[in-house]
Design a protein around this ligand. Structure first.
Ligand SMILES: *[C@@H]1O[C@H](CO)[C@@H](O)[C@H](O)[C@H]1NC(C)=O
Ligand SMILES: *[C@@H]1O[C@H](CO)[C@@H](O)[C@H](O)[C@H]1NC(C)=O
Ligand SMILES: *[C@@H]1O[C@H](CO)[C@@H](O)[C@H](O)[C@H]1NC(C)=O
Ligand SMILES: [Zn+2]
Length: 245
């Protein structure tokens, strides 16, 4: 590094700060969230006592594994109004479950085998960018294209039915819901899920959809609580409409 006078150094420091402000905006979002956190955490302590935090230090015992989309408009803890320790959460693009993805698989295995969670909620949402993109993946980065490929395949398999729906909005919403149904089936065939049922431990897998339009969480009624239940109970209804997973 070349020597520069303190004055030159100060000047470049100021221009660096000015540049940072231009790039990230003022005030910096991290400063803001740290400040918000301070207000929140001290507020919780004054309302509920320090036990609000310390009572959870022994470990977690959530009842629910939530699998949802990373979309910033789908804040699950907020719309389910849950508090600390209640929900084990996994979010990715398109609330996906891909059996060769160690990220999602480790979350599911940990939730079932170590946390003994007995309910999984696979939650899609309206206006899902991942689902939209899957219908037309041409220009996407390889990472995204690969990740959402199962949704693209689902669309292609059911293209005739989906394309016959009158609006883009309805086509997307239909694929969002069909994809959640597919994922309930995918989840029901995972090893740790089958193991849990084989051991006689309770496990229910739900398919839900959150609507950005009104904040409602809706049950798609494709719940499975035992092996092969999806194929016996829910698949025939889809086949009857000419649909396939
Ligand atoms: C959220 O849950 C808390 C704790 O159960 C409850 O006191 C509160 O009223 C709920 N909030 C809303 C908006 O329902
Ligand atoms: C796991 O949860 C089930 C109920 O869902 C309960 O019967 C069982 O005892 C729990 N196992 C452990 C090790 O906590
Ligand atoms: C699921 O079942 C509930 C209760 O019967 C019903 O209100 C809801 O409309 C059903 N949802 C769908 C998508 O069929
Ligand atoms: Zn989404």
């Amino acid at each position: 590094m070349r020597y520069s006078s303190p004055r030159v150094a100060m000047t470049s420091l100021f221009s660096a700060i000015a540049l940072i402000h231009t790039v990230v905006g003022t005030p910096n979002i991290i400063d803001t969230v740290i400040k918000e956190d301070k207000t929140w955490s001290t507020g919780q302590v004054s309302k509920f006592g320090v036990e609000y935090f310390t009572s959870h230090l022994g470990g977690q015992k959530p009842d629910l594994l939530y699998i949802g989309c990373s979309d910033s408009r789908v804040p699950s803890d907020i719309f389910m109004n849950v508090t600390l320790g209640e929900v084990f959460t996994h979010r990715n693009i398109g609330n996906s479950i891909i059996s060769r993805d160690p990220n999602t698989m480790s979350v599911i295995d940990y939730a079932l085998n170590h946390l003994n969670v007995s309910t999984i909620a696979i939650t899609g949402h309206s206006q899902c960018g991942g689902v939209k993109a899957s219908m037309n993946p041409g220009e996407l980065e390889d990472s995204i294209k690969t990740f959402i490929k199962p949704i693209t395949k689902l669309y292609r398999k059911n293209k005739k039915y989906i394309d016959s729906l009158p609006t883009d909005q309805e086509r997307q919403q239909f694929l969002v819901e069909l994809n959640v149904k597919r994922l309930v089936r995918v989840a029901s065939k995972l090893q740790s899920v089958k193991d849990r049922w084989r051991k006689g431990l309770p496990l229910a897998i739900y398919g839900l959809v959150y609507k950005l339009e009104d904040g409602s969480l809706n049950n798609l009624n494709v719940t499975v609580t035992k092996r092969n239940q999806f194929d016996r109970k829910h698949l025939p209804a889809l086949w009857a409409k000419g649909l396939t997973l």
